[in-house]
Write a protein that binds this ligand. Sequence first.
Ligand SMILES: [Zn+2]
Length: 157
Amino acid sequence: MSDDVRALTVRQPWAALIAAGIKPVENRSWSLPAGFGGPLLIHAGLRDDADGWRSLRAGRSLRAAGSGTVGGSAAVREALEGVEVVYGAVVAVAGKVTCHRDTGCCADLWGEPGAWHWLLEELTALPEPIPAPGHQGLWRPEPDVTSAALAGPQGVG
Ligand SMILES: [Zn+2]
């Protein structure tokens, strides 16, 4: 089972928004490898996306701020109030992930124009973040990280 698990490092605030179930689409310039459909661990990186934070805090539409996504409303900021923002840890598991190239779709789900949209489904936020170093691309987590991430009461697989 754990052989099929991969992880993706996502900068904050996006990792927290994913874990909170607010942002079900992750935008990437590359597609999922053929044959991989999850589980995917969502890992919060050590670095912030400063523009993303600025936009959320300003309450501006992120599209207007130039990131190409819709959001950043007061509702999003309010939702983030109750979300623990952590760094350098796995924060959520997507039991299933699919991917398609943008066709003007998913705009209301934070999908960006011109990107590959990764649809994160069967999402579970971990009750306790699991510290782990991040990596570029789609990476293979250590077995103990995978076990811990999938061990919850709503464990996947
Ligand atoms: Zn889409």
